[in-house]
Ligand binder design. Structure first.
Ligand SMILES: Cc1ncc(COP(=O)(O)O)c(C=O)c1O
Length: 449
């Protein structure tokens, strides 16, 4: 017998959520910019396998079992951005199935590793972060091909109505009961759209006035699990006519709010949770009686590599000297070369040299800043890593007389890059005064990743 009050279960599957065993709703007290509107986060990592997708995986499998498409010893295949795969892998283990997951190699290493750890057969493909149905070499095409084989079955969370149905049967009733019917706004990030479509439908059936808000990231984002407006057009369960509002949130805004959620609310939310929350802040008015529930799909623990990319202050070495102020030794070394015409170069001259000679440009900023905008062709080796990894030697020019420019954000850290290159034996190196900011102010071309 499963006993939710005592939290004693016959098996791990007994922990799956429903109105009697809901995931927690936690009030946000510090980050919300409201005086009257109450904001609650629904913490989906309290599902047994760590994400909102546990609900979907369980319903996809039980629906398949009921229909007879999934039976003893079944080989399952599913294209997945990670969370559905992880939940399916665990349910497959518990119920005696196997799982093959074709996925994009851009999915965070943490998720790919855990899928293998859970026992899935992971096939890494050159695909976008969110699998695109049209891509012939992509995860969806591969899974469809494998799913066509007689011994395999593809559950297909992108089209299967059992996906939104999972939320209609569990997430919606949980929220209705947990708020005693007081919920006025329901906000969710848009991925397969199972969450918003299923939960939104249930809540609107209880009270038609409940506002359903979908949140999506800007084009070119790298928030796992969610889709830009263009990517959403390929998603069959995306039913915009059933939502009251949709709002776009910028990548960096999501990562910045993610940091605040962890530090100010002590809620270990991941990036797509923060994206949804930023969308709620942008759309819900501050009025007495408003009760907002925002889905927080999973926690930050799977996303160390993503958050470091966007919050460069977290990178190894970036916090060295914190509290101790600037490093006087480093400053003295930089002062010795700052303004030296043999070793530094003004941004206009650097641009002219870049245009004429195509020098080797070493950008020593953290990866996040480099990704945003860098001199075309520049190679990024963050200063903190420059002396750490012998492999970087292979990236640098072989000719010690080759022209080399060192660049950073403002022309300070690049002086250390210059000294490092000098100490390796490069004779023709200069540091760009004013750095990438000065380059951009002049309107010179940059690339982004
Ligand atoms: C981390 C994360 N956030 C958000 C979502 C979006 O949920 P849905 O697919 O139900 O739209 C997903 C789904 O994959 C996810 O994994």
């Amino acid at each position: 017998m499963n006993d939710h009050a005592l939290r004693v279960y016959d098996s791990i599957l007994g922990l799956q959520c429903d109105a009697d065993n809901p995931t927690p709703l936690v009030r946000l007290n510090r980050v919300a910019p409201f005086e009257h509107t109450q904001v609650y986060a629904k913490l989906e990592w309290y599902n047994p396998f760590g994400a909102v997708k546990d609900r979907v995986a369980a319903n996809l499998v039980s629906d398949g079992e009921e229909r007879g498409t999934v039976h003893a010893g079944q080989k399952l295949v599913e294209p997945t951005s990670g969370n559905t795969g992880m939940a399916l892998a665990m349910i497959a283990n518990a119920r005696g199935y196997s799982l093959t997951t074709p996925l994009s190699s851009e999915i965070p290493l943490e998720k790919r590793t855990m899928l293998r750890f859970f026992g899935a057969d992971v096939m890494e493909l050159q695909d976008t972060l969110c699998p695109a149905p049209g891509a012939p070499e992509g995860a969806i095409a591969k899974a469809t091909e494998i799913g066509g084989r007689p011994d395999f079955h593809m559950l297909n969370q992108y089209v299967n109505e059992a996906n939104p149905e999972a939320h209609y049967k569990t997430t919606g009733p949980e929220i209705w009961r947990q708020t005693a019917g007081a919920v006025t706004h329901f906000v969710a990030g848009l991925g397969t759209c199972g969450t918003i479509t299923g939960t939104g439908r249930f809540l609107k059936e209880q009270r038609a006035g409940v506002q359903v808000v979908g949140v999506y990231p800007t084009e070119g984002h790298d928030i796992p699990g969610v889709r830009s407006l263009r990517q959403l057009q390929q998603t069959q369960l995306y039913r915009p006519d059933e939502y009251d509002a949709q709002v776009e949130v910028a990548n960096q805004q999501a990562f910045d709010l993610c940091l605040r959620l962890n530090r100010e609310e002590s809620i270990t939310a991941g990036p797509s949770s923060a994206m949804a929350l930023a969308g709620a802040f942008a759309t819900v008015p501050d009025e007495p009686g408003n009760v907002v529930v925002v889905i927080f799909p999973d926690s930050a623990f799977k996303y160390a590599s993503s958050v470091v990319k966007h919050l460069p202050q977290l990178a190894r070495g970036a916090q060295a000297g914190n509290g101790a102020g600037p490093n006087p030794l480093l400053e003295r070394m930089r002062e010795n070369v700052r303004g030296n015409p043999e070793l530094t170069i003004d941004v206009d001259d650097a641009h002219e040299q870049w245009r004429r000679e195509k020098p080797f440009v070493l950008d020593v900023r953290p990866a996040g800043q480099y990704d945003e905008a860098h001199i075309p062709g520049a190679i990024n080796i963050p200063l903190a890593e420059l002396g750490e990894n012998a492999e970087y030697l292979a990236v640098l020019p072989r000719d010690f007389d080759a022209p080399v420019l060192s660049v950073c954000q403002r022309g300070n850290a690049s002086l250390s890059g210059l000294l490092f290159l000098k100490s390796l034996g490069y004779r023709n190196v200069r540091s760009i005064n004013g750095g990438t900011l000065a380059w951009r102010e002049k309107g010179y071309a940059t690339d982004s990743e």
